[in-house]
Design a protein around this ligand. Structure first.
Ligand code: DX5
Ligand code: ZN
Length: 229
């Protein structure tokens, strides 16, 4: 993973066919996805359940590029080694998932994986001040985590701009997660985001049998974001 602020589209397989994850990952990469975003939910930190490290390990051989694992679980630390062993390239933990996020980020990097820090819509960027030197990515949630298909929370655009200024020259990605569409992608790209997660906006209208729709959806989001730069 060489660092670049070029716009990257990261489809969330939360909106894929759960019975066909391997084929879905191959399809979105063939159709232009830069990263594959994998949403892990525990029914405790968020009110929804998805899957764990065994599913991530099963998906891994079907992804040529970056497997970006977003942990919406609490506690986090006991599971970091398992997600690293499953082949994650990036593991993001939530600042709100427990009292020791600093330790969790150390553990992620210690496992040889890029460390991501995810923050909920109600969390101020100032909370990141003493963490920015130990992360490779900040994931700004632009919906309340737990479900795909929710509406983008506009107040987060100003947060992204403030975060971009705080990051300065550090090689830290800004990822946006939730409600990314051709309408909202330009707002966050202009504010400084470089990784755009999109679930419903990528998978809508397509399937593994009709993957060209994924390609046109990915291209449309990318063009909308790049048009704002
Ligand atoms: C929400 C997840 C997101 C979600 C985004 O908790 O972290 O990755 O899948 O879905 P859309 O793009 O549909 O808002
Ligand atoms: Zn996510």
């Amino acid at each position: 993973m060489t660092f670049s602020r070029k716009i990257k589209i990261a489809p969330s397989i939360l909106s894929a066919d759960f019975a066909s994850f391997g084929a879905e990952c191959r399809a979105i990469e063939a159709q232009g996805a830069d990263w594959v975003h994998v949403d892990v939910m525990d029914g405790h930190f968020v009110p929804n359940l998805t899957f764990g490290p065994a599913t991530c390990a099963a998906i891994r051989p079907h992804i040529k590029g970056v497997m970006d694992v977003h942990l919406m679980i609490a506690p986090v630390d006991a599971y970091i080694e398992a997600f690293a062993a499953a082949g994650a390239d990036v593991i993001s933990a939530h600042l709100e998932a427990g009292p020791h996020i600093h330790r969790s980020l150390q553990a992620i990097r210690g496992a040889g994986v890029k460390a991501g820090l995810a923050i909920n819509p109600g969390t101020p960027v100032e909370a990141l001040e003493y963490l920015l030197d130990m992360v490779d990515l900040v994931c700004v949630m632009t919906v309340n985590p737990g479900f795909g298909g929710q509406s983008f929370i506009q107040s987060q655009v100003a947060k992204v701009a403030r975060l971009r200024a705080m990051i300065g020259d550090r090689p830290v990605h800004i990822e946006i997660d939730g409600g990314v569409t051709t309408q909202t992608a330009p707002l966050v790209a202009a504010a400084g985001a470089d990784v755009l997660v999109a679930g419903s906006a990528v998978f809508k209208g397509g399937s593994v049998d009709n993957p060209a729709v994924y390609g046109s959806n990915i291209a449309a989001i990318r063009a909308a974001a790049q048009g704002a730069l």
